[in-house]
Design a binder for this molecule. Structure first.
Ligand code: AMP
Length: 286
């Protein structure tokens, strides 16, 4: 596995791959890797990518004041080991000053789909995400880029940005990887200890409850969201930020009975802010 510390080195690698006719797959991360991240590289291989690249960069512009930028888990040696074992060909670990040259003035802002949900509670977050992903796309020059459905709104923001800015990159969404007990894997799960770890299960439990109601014929999105909400409200250690029923593609609110709906939740459990979601399709999977 090639290890690059500067964008220029990664660009050189990407250009060489393209000259050789290789198909570049890329998935950016903030490190503290887990099986959810590894699934992105497997997805890229399954999409016929024969040059697979990763980045590890804790992006300061997507953290708000008072958020966990400083204490975000960092574990470079372990991450590199996981990427190597996942068969990744190249990894970029850039510095903040390489990603944001002194005096940076250029940012990418995706409007509609960035608003509401996490965009409401984390102002500026998706501007930071869109900006860093646009930079990384210019550096890794992928044909295909993979993002997890765990960050459902982020995936929608990236799809919109890639289309609007004409990147010509295929955006692949990867299903949520969960622990055996249902908890969606997240680097921030490291913040959960003892009773908080058990309490965190209320998010997935609420979503799975809604799934079984949907399978039983409930099509009212507000009733499904209310069921998720009451399950989470039953857990005293959890504080809900939002529970919403949205259209799976546009992320517009849905209020009328519908054959497909995405339920999205964000809640704080102890020191961790957790998100999760599920998409329910009539006659479909998930
Ligand atoms: P992060 O390192 O948290 O910025 O995440 C990097 C990428 O991994 C994003 O595309 C996430 O959506 C994806 N990801 C994180 N957790 C999971 C998960 N449990 N299942 C699938 N993808 C995930």
């Amino acid at each position: 596995m090639e290890l690059f510390r500067t964008p220029a080195e990664m660009q050189g690698w990407a250009d060489a791959c393209r000259r050789e006719g290789r198909r570049i797959g890329f998935a950016p991360t903030m490190g503290a890797l887990h099986a959810g991240h590894v699934s992105l590289y497997e997805l890229l291989r399954s999409r016929r990518c024969n040059a697979v690249a990763a980045s590890i960069f804790v992006n300061p512009t997507q953290f708000g004041p008072g958020e966990d930028f400083e204490k975000y888990p960092r574990d470079e040696a372990r991450d590199l080991d996981m990427l190597r074992r996942a068969g990744v060909d190249a990894v970029l670990l850039p510095s903040v000053s390489d990603m944001y040259p002194e005096g940076s003035q250029t940012f990418v802002e995706v409007t509609g789909v960035s608003q509401g949900l996490c965009g409401a509670g984390r102002p500026g977050h998706f501007r930071g995400v869109a900006t860093v992903v646009a930079k990384l796309f210019n550096i890794a020059r992928p044909h295909v880029a993979a993002f997890g459905e765990k960050d459902y709104q982020q995936l929608a923001v990236i799809r919109r940005m890639a289309l609007d800015l004409g990147f010509g990159i295929e955006i692949a969404g990867a299903p949520i990887v969960r622990e055996a007990d249902g908890l969606a894997l997240s680097s921030r799960n490291r913040y959960l200890e003892g009773a908080d770890r058990t309490a965190a299960l209320c998010l997935s439990r609420g979503l799975f409850l809604a799934k079984s109601l949907f399978e039983g014929g409930e099509r009212d999105p507000l009733a499904l969201a209310a069921a998720v909400r009451s399950e989470i409200e039953g857990e005293p250690r959890a504080a809900i930020e939002y529970v919403e029923a949205r259209h799976p593609e546009t992320l517009e609110p849905v209020t009328l009975p519908s054959g497909s709906v995405t339920l999205l939740v964000a809640a704080r459990v102890g020191p961790a802010r957790l998100i999760d979601n599920i998409t329910l399709h009539q006659g479909g999977q998930q």
